[in-house]
Ligand binder design. Structure first.
Ligand SMILES: Cc1cc2nc3c(=O)[nH]c(=O)nc-3n(C[C@H](O)[C@H](O)[C@H](O)COP(=O)(O)OP(=O)(O)OC[C@H]3O[C@@H](n4cnc5c(N)ncnc54)[C@H](O)[C@@H]3O)c2cc1C
Length: 480
């Protein structure tokens, strides 16, 4: 087996020594770690296909891996399953950038931030944006259908993708890198592979949409009177700017406090207590929005300030801090992007990545926060509020001991409320290993059954990232 791998990718790119493989076998959360037969680092689609064929012939599972920033244990092997990790990071070429057609073709191992830079060279942007951008890869982004802070305007990774190239079970290669915006020629295999977390095939390249670089931006931190009012503020901003809201991030006081505690250099955006803090960014690529007005201000910023003043008069917004420089904008975003690290450093927590219809966000938080408090739990919540996504992390309240927190009771309360409000228990991080029990318990049985059939049809030998995403056991007759 190893000789076969050496022959395909070269001995230097087959890692087997503990010291070499250690970093590839543990996920970002530190919760999942398991051995592998080898970690291979192919340099081409053909090499990926040959490795898949070889592993299948030996009955060994393959685990595709990108930047290992996934938060559900999807990109590392299972403890009891002999596996080869196929790490795609050597496949990192920008194969083509069509500035006129506003598309880019990149290999799966390209780091997200590298793609941002490649687009910017042409005054274009690739809008997928979140804290792990310096390490995650576009293959991982596609496989988890990653979201982040700009979904409110540009959609998830799925909506940004026009085509993919992938190695399927058995080693065949599908090449759908046409970049066509319209192509109704049968089942859309790209959409099956996106969000499949490597269980149906290995994505080796993709074509993405690009967008014009904004010529003006307005970034602010708002204190809004309530979470319900925040949705009204979002809609008013959307109407006023013609859909120009790029990000609308919920950052209530406990989240800001934990960031300031773990990263003491952080400057609080607003004085005093901010119950409903919102980091908002509006952008426009219209040259007239970037025009300098007589008083030296930029038109877009002046207009947004005008709306904030109106919203303050109406009592919806209590206070606002508008970033006055690139540095202030960068500081606001740094604060937002440090939150996961801050919560992780702060102490033990149970992380939930949930989504709800926008109208149900306030009722959910208003019902759950007091209940959590009664159980000795402090929710550390942030969220991509513009798309109804909350990262609801449960931590021990001040003076309470995590080990005595009734976590199962808290989870039961949250998930049953979520089901009642028709929300999702995994908004953007995926399922991997960690959310398989929830998948079994909460996913509609009829949908789960179809997914199992798809998995069996694509991957009858169960070689592709087995034990992730789809629970293969018997399905309950009705969702909990
Ligand atoms: C600080 C931090 C902030 C984050 N913020 C966000 C956020 O705002 N929004 C969000 O959506 N996510 C977020 N994440 C989660 C994570 O960054 C994303 O899930 C990301 O898309 C994973 O990419 P990756 O290259 O690291 O994939 P990996 O972790 O390596 O793999 C993730 C999954 O994709 C599969 N996979 C990887 N590459 C391929 C491929 N080429 N073909 C097939 N399957 C493949 C793996 O098998 C695994 O199941 C965050 C993570 C961190 C650490």
């Amino acid at each position: 087996m190893l000789d076969g791998l050496f022959a395909i990718v070269g001995t230097a790119h087959v890692l087997t020594e503990d010291v070499d493989v250690a970093a590839y076998l543990e996920d970002w959360t530190g919760q999942y770690c398991a051995p592998a037969v080898a970690v291979v680092r192919p340099a081409s689609t053909q090499q990926v296909a040959d490795v898949v064929k070889l592993c299948e012939a030996h009955g060994i599972a393959v685990v595709p891996q990108g930047g290992r920033t996934g938060l559900c244990g999807g990109g590392v092997p299972l403890v009891d399953q002999p596996s080869v990790v196929i790490c795609l990071t050597r496949m990192n070429a920008v194969r083509a950038l069509d500035a006129a057609g506003r598309t880019v073709t990149v290999e799966a191992g390209t780091v997200l931030e590298t793609l941002h830079a490649a687009a910017l060279e042409h005054k274009l942007i690739f809008p997928l944006m979140f804290g792990a951008k310096g390490s995650c890869t576009v293959g991982g982004n596609l496989s988890t259908n990653a979201g982040g802070s700009n979904v409110v305007r540009y959609g998830t990774t799925r909506e940004l993708c026009l085509g993919i190239e992938a190695v399927m079970p058995g080693g065949s290669v599908i090449n759908a890198l046409t970049g066509l915006r319209k192509d109704n020629t049968g089942y859309d295999l790209k959409d099956l592979l996106i969000g499949a977390e490597g269980t149906l095939g290995i994505i080796t390249a993709a074509v993405f949409k690009l967008f014009p670089e904004p010529s003006a931006r307005s970034t602010a931190f708002l204190s809004v009177v309530s979470l319900g009012a925040a949705i009204e503020v979002l809609n008013r901003l959307q109407d006023y700017t013609g859909g120009g809201v790029e990000a609308f991030e919920y950052m209530p006081q406990p989240a800001v406090d934990v960031i300031c505690k773990v990263f003491p250099d952080t400057r609080r955006p607003l004085e005093g207590t901010v119950t409903t803090g919102i980091l908002v960014e509006v952008a426009s690529s219209r040259p007239q929005d970037a025009a300098e007005l007589k008083d030296g201000s930029i038109r877009l910023e002046a207009e947004v300030m005008e709306l904030f003043a109106e919203l303050m008069e109406e009592g919806l917004v209590l206070d606002a801090m508008l970033a006055q420089s690139q540095q202030q904008r960068a500081d606001l975003w740094k604060m937002r992007e440090q939150i996961l690290e801050a919560i992780t450093e702060n102490g033990p927590a149970y992380h939930m990545d949930i989504s709800l219809p926008l109208a149900q966000i306030a009722p959910f938080v208003e019902a759950m926060d007091p209940k959590m408090s009664q159980l000795g739990i402090q929710p550390l919540t942030v969220g991509h509020l513009g798309d109804g996504n909350l990262h609801y992390a449960l931590s021990a309240a001040q003076g309470c001991d995590w080990d005595s927190v009734p976590l199962e009771t808290a989870k039961e309360l949250v998930f049953s409320k979520l089901v009642a409000l028709r929300g999702s228990f995994s908004a953007e991080h995926g399922i991997g290993q960690s959310k398989l029990p929830l998948m079994t318990k909460l996913k509609e049985p009829a949908q789960l059954a179809v997914m199992q059939e798809i998995k069996k049809a694509f991957d009858p030998k169960n070689t592709m990232n087995p034990g992730k995403l789809i629970p293969m056991g018997p399905i309950k007759s009705s969702a909990a």
